[in-house]
Design a protein. Structure first.
Length: 611
């Protein structure tokens, strides 16, 4: 029997590999700021492009989770970031400069998300739920005054000043169609709001930033199913759509001279950078190995100068590196190499894009990590497996380096990551197919992923588990209660168990998302109850591992405690029939190395015992 007990990579060594996040280039192009965790937890680092040298400039003042982005002030003197308390996401806005070091700039009563700073550094633009719903605010650093620029009962998502700081572009929805999203422009004092004519009712329009001429916006929309990128002319209301529009594309940045548009294109699990030359009207993918490129949008620019960009790129079996790419020569250098320490890079497992049919015949894409030929022999025919379900639900598993997938694969588990209906990257109809149906056909897609994996002759069909976090955790609860005979076991991390209780406890902008996804909680009361795993605890037959952070504001700890208590009331014994762990000083996930080690230990030990 093949066993995963001898790992090709020790879990602690894997967890301690340093990782960087959210690289952004300074206004003069000389320096890249990013989060880095080489000393154990995330902190702010600065890298000088010419010398390649970098330094740590903060000491534990940034969030434990690298979810939150970084932004340079337009004068290049300060770097702005978020601050929270032990992962609770109730962010204030802070800044670091060589003169003042770390200082709190905006003290926010609620969750704050930094979006932009004026050229003179006096005004900070942010969205916050301090007035209950997520709206747009402008804060005056000199007078300590803040102005609420918008007052919608729907969340405002993203906002960015125009080149002269006189206007603001942002996104929200005033339509009765809750999945709709529109782009607006207003004056910097919040007056003269104008909705732009992009897409159709129900489509999702986005804005990524302003053209340097101040008269055009870099936007996208998915009215034609696949998201496409364009430039919106504010004077004529015309849109110059950039083609060829054969795959999902998202806008990223415009060069300082306005010639180049940088975007990303998603296909078969990969997300590749694309450059549009507005002068020659040519377009091409950049010359990189297939993987996943991440580029900041808005003021957090990737451009060093008119034709040089900086971005992060990784592959399933190659860790993320920081590239500097010349758009004119198609040559690139590595500014920050991936850290491997004593880990052999050849130990990592590549991912293959595969497809399978769900129960209604819909084709579902997935990524398969096959450990044969690596940690276990080529001819092994009894390999255990894990179906790893992504969160969101509007997200996707991609051909990027995934730490948890590699943790499992290097221990000898086959890993399958399904992009169930509701996932992004395949167009609006596929993404919105989950609306009103949480716990329905998308769970059939996940179950079909398990059956597809089990049907492979080299898989031990009796030793396949389901694992996921956030919405993926909801999927684990749903799988084990809806398909109790299918799985050997499951691990639910920061998952959802009771939709009504989640709605009662959640922040207003997340309540809006829940209504968008599942309709009104009272009008659709029976549907919400039926799709809450807590209602079906009696169906559970296989052992479950529950892991949850006590400071989670998205899926509060009560979601896990309710399910634990229901299992105890049913007569199950903790430690035997199920296992339960609460993570202190952690919210909806953490990128701290110590927390990653602890999660690896929990996950690895549980699977060794149960599979």
């Amino acid at each position: 029997m093949s066993t995963p007990n001898t790992a090709a990579v020790k879990p602690e060594a894997l967890a301690r590999l340093a990782e960087f996040y959210h690289p952004v280039v300074s206004p003069d192009g000389s320096t890249v700021a990013f989060y880095y965790d080489e000393h154990g937890r995330n902190d702010l680092y600065l890298l000088e492009r010419e010398s390649g040298e970098y330094e740590r400039v903060t000491d534990g003042s940034v969030p434990r989770s690298a979810r939150w982005h970084i932004l340079w002030g337009q004068d290049g003197e300060a770097i702005y970031f978020h601050q929270d308390d032990a992962g609770d996401e109730q962010n204030d806005i802070a800044a670091w400069s060589r003169d003042d070091h770390t200082r709190t700039v905006v003290d926010i009563d609620g969750q704050g998300i930094l979006t932009d700073i004026t050229r003179d550094g006096r005004h900070v633009l942010y969205t916050s739920d301090e007035g209950e719903q997520m709206n747009c605010y402008r804060y005056d650093v000199e007078t300590d005054d803040r102005i609420q620029l918008t007052a919608y009962d729907r969340p405002v998502m993203f906002a960015v000043f125009g080149p002269e700081d006189e206007r603001v572009a942002y996104m929200t929805n005033e339509s009765d169609t809750l999945e709709n999203r529109d782009v607006y422009v207003m004056h910097a004092d919040g007056s003269d709001k104008r909705r732009l004519e992009i897409g159709t009712d129900g489509s999702e329009s986005d804005v990524a930033g302003w053209h340097p001429d101040g008269d055009r916006l870099l936007i996208s929309d998915n009215a034609d199913d696949l998201r496409r990128v364009g430039l919106y002319d504010l004077q004529t209301d015309d849109i110059d759509w950039l083609g060829p529009h054969e795959a999902e594309e998202s806008p990223a940045a415009i060069s300082p001279d306005g010639r180049y548009v940088l975007a990303t294109r998603t296909r078969r699990g990969a997300t590749m950078p694309v450059v549009y030359d507005l002068e020659s009207h040519e377009a091409r993918e950049l010359d990189l190995a297939e993987g996943v490129t991440s580029v900041p949008k808005g003021r957090g620019s990737a451009f060093v100068d008119e034709s040089t960009v900086v971005f992060a790129h990784s592959r399933p079996d190659e860790r993320k590196e920081l590239y500097e790419y010349d758009l004119e020569t198609d040559e690139y250098t590595v500014l920050l190499e991936a850290a491997y320490d004593d880990v052999d890079p050849d130990a990592f497992v590549d991912a293959e894009y595969v497809t399978y049919e769900s129960e209604d015949g819909l084709e579902i894409g997935a990524l398969l990590y096959d450990p044969r030929g690596g940690p276990i022999p080529d001819d092994a025919d009894d390999v255990p497996g894990v179906v790893h379900v992504h969160g969101g639900p509007h997200s996707r598993s991609s051909k990027m380096f995934n730490l948890f997938a590699q943790f499992l694969a290097t221990r000898g588990y086959a890993v399958l990551q399904p992009n169930y209906r509701g996932s992004t990257g395949r167009g609006r109809s596929f993404k919105q197919a989950i609306l009103g149906d949480w716990g329905g056909l998308e769970q059939a897609d996940v179950a079909a992923a398990g059956r597809w994996l089990m049907d492979n002759p080299w898989i031990d069909e009796e030793r396949v588990a389901v694992y996921g976090g956030s919405y993926g955790g909801y999927s684990v609860y749903s799988q084990l209660t809806q398909y109790p005979d299918l799985w050997a076991t499951g691990i639910a991390s920061v998952g959802i168990t009771d939709l009504h209780r989640l709605y009662e406890e959640d922040m207003a902008h997340f309540q809006y998302i829940l209504r968008q996804q599942m309709g009104d909680p009272e009008k659709n009361y029976e549907l919400w109850r039926d799709r809450s795993p807590i209602e079906h605890v009696e169906n559970l037959e296989r052992p479950i591992c529950i892991v949850h952070g006590v400071n989670d504001p998205r899926c509060p700890i009560e979601q896990a405690r309710l399910f634990r208590d229901a299992l105890l009331e049913r007569g199950w014994t903790e430690g035997e029939d199920f296992e339960y762990t609460e993570l202190g000083a952690e919210g909806h996930g953490s990128t701290d190395i110590d927390q990653k080690i602890r999660k690896f230990e929990l996950l690895g030990n549980f699977l060794e015992r149960r599979l």
